[in-house]
Design a binder for this molecule. Structure first.
Ligand code: ASN
Length: 523
């Protein structure tokens, strides 16, 4: 058995390893029951809704789960799913908001509470599922996506159109799918899972008040789809951090100084002006017609009030009322808005535009010019940016040539050889040739023992490890023996540089791994 734990029989035999997922219950229809005051969220979700259902409870003994709530240590009751088609159990505990909310009442304070709960429990769980009402789900998902920088683990938001206690409900499918995805795939994004689709959260909008298929992501394909038996992840779309840094969570969003106006034929410039003169207003999202047009008028008075607001330092962002497509200064009225200094939000949804503006306005020390510049760029995949060109590599090495044939075992084998032999330049070439549209599918590959390139490099190839991490390779994927790259790195002597790099990228040891390393060192 190799001493570094790379073999599949390193830790005690686990036929079906467990992932740990924290469910944060904020409320929403999923946990509602009828009352004389209409549907209201009811607490005790794990005991009332999950424990009685075999798909959420394999009846194994409950293991107390250590968690953190408002910086206090708490112990959560846990349940475990039966093994999924991916041969993993998901063990989970539930933390409930108090009070539970209809999501129409969520605010920036609620987003801060969710984000801080994730941060406090980040090292204790493999992934997070946020249960939330559907009404403002896209706003919350967008807000959280901006609040989390260098996220390395999945955060999946879901809810349902009908309560879980109803005979006909979408709740079980949505919750079970979210749990399995959060416990199986290292998709380091804030996502919404709904009606068999996993969406990038900041691309979504609620498009049905009643249908189970309630969300649309008009300008971005689903990140994954649940098919009959399994889940097809579109790895080429998944975004990963592109620098070596740990998760950072923004404190809050400044929703108090932004507004949103929906343009309609006949809108009075005075109406818009009175909104733009609201005390302390700093930003406005303008929902325009088609590709970004607003009524110009003979004297352009609407544009005049907008220009005057921009001159007073207010940021105005143009997004389309159309779900599909983008805004651009193509037509006369759009060109006029562009000349007045309006920022074109390309294909941002209204939800993403408002929360992004609120996020940027809450960041300390950003100038108006910097906020404007960031509004025109994608921060978390919320707007489409032109793809990087694909370069050819004349005169590349044999390994690179093999690797370029396709993204498959031969490419990963070539990369593995380069890592094993410490050929940093070759590894870089292979990764460059894999960098189609900056997706790097090779970073998600694993060998027969489930070791990713990061596992392979963690045992002493610091230079290559740095390269992998700067390209966004995950430090959280576990191999078949359930070990993280950091565990392998810690078990190798004189390997401080790899350990340091992994920790800088947010890696941490799980309790069982720390115990084994403690025993190693004591011995
Ligand atoms: N009003 C509910 C909410 O957003 C709607 C739902 O969850 N389906 O909390």
């Amino acid at each position: 058995m190799p001493a570094n734990g790379m073999g599949s029989n390193e830790t005690p035999e686990l036929c079906h390893p467990e992932s740990r997922v924290l469910i944060i219950m904020t409320g929403g229809t999923i946990c509602m029951q009828p009352t004389p005051d209409g549907l209201q969220p009811i607490g005790g979700f794990i005991a009332n809704a999950m424990a009685p259902r075999p798909s959420f409870n394999d009846k194994s003994p409950s293991v107390p789960l250590e968690a953190s709530k408002g910086s206090q240590k708490v112990v959560l009751d846990s349940l475990r799913t039966p093994p999924s088609t991916y041969s993993r159990h998901v063990r989970y505990g539930v933390m409930e908001f108090s009070p539970l909310l209809d999501s129409s009442s969520i605010s920036s304070a609620g987003w801060t509470e969710i984000a801080q709960t994730v941060r406090e429990n980040y090292r204790l769980f493999d992934g997070f599922v946020i249960l939330h009402g559907t009404d403002s789900l896209s706003y919350t998902a967008s807000a959280l996506s901006f609040m989390m920088s260098d996220l390395g683990k999945p955060i999946i938001l879901t809810g349902s159109q009908a309560p879980i206690f109803n005979l006909q409900s979408d709740a079980v499918d949505n919750l079970l799918g979210s749990l399995i995805i959060a416990g199986t795939f290292v998709i380091p994004e804030v996502c919404i899972f709904f009606h068999h689709n996993l969406y990038r959260g900041n691309r979504t909008t609620k498009n049905s008040a009643v249908n189970f298929d309630a969300f649309a992501s008009p300008n971005c394909e689903p990140l994954a789809k649940m098919n009959g038996l399994g889940i097809d992840v579109n790895w080429s779309l998944i975004l990963r951090p592109t620098r070596i840094a740990e998760l950072e969570v923004a404190q809050h969003l400044d929703t108090a100084h932004v507004a949103c106006i929906h343009i309609f034929p006949g809108i009075k410039p005075e109406m818009l002006d009175s909104v733009l003169r609201a005390p302390n207003l700093r930003g406005l999202v303008l929902r325009t017609f088609g590709m970004g047009n607003a009524p110009g008028g003979v004297d352009g008075s609407l544009t005049k009030v907008i220009k005057s607001a921009i001159d007073r330092g207010i940021i105005v962002v143009n997004v389309s009322q159309c779900l599909d497509g983008f805004v651009s200064p193509l037509y006369g009225p759009g060109t006029e808005l562009g000349r007045a200094g309006v920022i074109f939000g390309y294909d941002l949804t209204t939800e993403a535009a408002l929360t992004k503006l609120s996020y940027l306005m809450a960041l300390p020390n950003l100038t108006i010019a910097e906020v404007k510049a960031k509004m025109s760029r994608s921060l978390r995949g919320e707007m489409t940016e032109l793809k990087r060109p694909v370069f050819s590599h004349p005169g590349s090495s044999l390994e690179t040539a093999i690797a370029r044939l396709s993204v498959n075992e031969s490419a990963f084998t070539a990369l593995g050889c380069a890592i094993r032999d410490g050929h940093g330049e070759t590894a870089k070439q292979i990764l460059d040739s894999d960098d189609v549209g900056s997706n790097q599918p090779l970073l998600k590959h694993a060998d027969y023992a489930g070791n990713t390139a990061v596992h392979l490099a963690a045992v002493g190839r610091a230079e290559i490890l740095r390269e992998l991490l700067s390209r966004g390779a995950s430090v959280h994927v576990r191999n078949r023996a359930n070990n993280t790259p950091l565990f392998l790195a810690e078990r190798v002597e004189d390997n401080e540089e790899c350990v340091r790099l992994l920790k800088e990228a947010g890696a941490h040891l799980w309790q069982n791994e720390a115990q084994i390393i403690g025993t190693d060192r004591a011995g």
